[in-house]
Design a protein around this ligand. Structure first.
Ligand code: ADP
Length: 164
């Protein structure tokens, strides 16, 4: 039987506990999950593509069937080239839906054999977003309940390291 690979694409700027919750759920549903860290061409990111990829890798190291890659380009074409059967996206609230709906239709038109699968986040992460984390971090607030330890270490500094 062929291995069912799902891609979980996003900017992950930075990777949050909400993202991790979705990766863990996807890893239970699919044989393999690739977190696809995308270059974000529409906005300037807080973290570089390489830093984002590294922090997702460190934050998901406990999951055997998950790996992490970065990519630049058209997601639908990339997903076909990877042999993926699905794109996973997380839903927090109704306001996510309209954007996700449009993306899913565009991706289906470009890659008809790949299904977009929406997974619902846990209640406690429904209000967590990368942009809220960036805002709190910008003003020096405590982000420890929003991000996994490697991201906290990178943004706020661990003993002996300089924060980003
Ligand atoms: P993008 O720039 O592609 O929207 P993000 O990194 O913001 O990338 O989000 C990637 C995916 O993770 C999206 O499907 C988004 O809805 C989902 N997501 C973001 N935050 C959460 C969360 N707290 N719980 C569940 N899903 C989330």
């Amino acid at each position: 039987m062929s291995v069912r690979l799902a891609l979980y694409p996003g900017s992950f700027d930075p990777f949050t506990l909400g993202h991790l919750d979705i990766v863990e759920r996807a890893s239970r549903v699919f044989d393999r999950v690739e977190v696809t860290v995308a270059e974000n061409t529409s906005k300037k990111t807080l973290l570089s593509l390489e830093d984002r990829r590294r922090l997702v890798t460190e934050s998901t190291s406990h999951l055997d069937n998950v790996d992490v890659r970065s990519f630049t380009g058209l997601l639908a074409e990339y997903a076909v080239s990877r042999g993926a059967c699905a794109l996973v996206r997380g839903l927090r609230q109704v306001s996510d839906f309209e954007y996700e709906f449009r993306m899913a239709f565009a991706n289906r038109r470009l890659a008809p054999d790949i299904e977009t699968v929406f997974l619902m986040t846990s209640e406690q992460y429904a209000l967590v977003s990368s942009s809220i984390v960036r805002e709190i971090h910008h003003w020096g607030g405590d982000i420890s309940s929003f991000v996994p330890p490697p991201v906290l270490g990178a943004l706020c500094g661990t003993p002996g390291s300089d924060p980003i």
